[in-house]
Design a protein around this ligand. Sequence first.
Ligand SMILES: Cc1cc2nc3c(=O)[nH]c(=O)nc-3n(C[C@H](O)[C@H](O)[C@H](O)COP(=O)(O)O)c2cc1C
Length: 203
Amino acid sequence: MFIDAAGLSPADTYRLLVGSVVPRPIAWVTSGRDPVNLAPFSSFTWVSQHPAMLGFTVNRRANGRKDTVRNIEKLGEFVVNIADETMLSALHASSEWMPPEVGEADRLGLALEQSRVIGVPGLADAPVRMECRYHSTTAFSPTGGEFVVGTVVGWTVRDDVVRLGSTGAAGIDTELLRPIGRLAGPRYTPLGEVVELPPVPGG
Ligand SMILES: Cc1cc2nc3c(=O)[nH]c(=O)nc-3n(C[C@H](O)[C@H](O)[C@H](O)COP(=O)(O)O)c2cc1C
């Protein structure tokens, strides 16, 4: 079956996109202060390796922009929290629409922890937190959402998931992290079997 992208509505395009780009990592973003906003975004990747820069797409609501993008542009900072499997229900629940004056973390009983470099806190129980300074917002089309990019200024990694490399540099043990992957719709996947292959020369 070939599907011509030109003839697709925004909803039908989204349907193919979330089925094709799978599984997706999830940026669980804290933004703003008083209250601190919390929401998951799975249109998430890194866009630069050094400096580390992260990006995710924030779609528009029928009545305007989401709190996350407005907060990030206003304060110029945010935290990308990475959840583990034990946090799945809370992560899913945090996507519910709530008015800007309601903080989802408070509402869900999730503890916040002060960041080291920026003023926006992260989630105390998230095994990985990346403090980011806002870089840019790019709108690719009126129906395409806005791609928000930030530069990572500090990592907080829970000690039990840190794996030190041969040089002593910190890395993260994925099997201990137990991250969550997003599929289409309200469907998720835990970490499956990990397959390791020999490195490829020059790869
Ligand atoms: C796992 C998951 C991933 C999501 N990914 C995105 C996304 O990439 N972009 C987006 O605009 N909304 C995404 N959503 C929906 C937002 O989380 C939801 O609209 C949320 O209410 C936005 O919060 P805010 O208005 O406080 O910013 C996702 C929801 C879930 C459950």
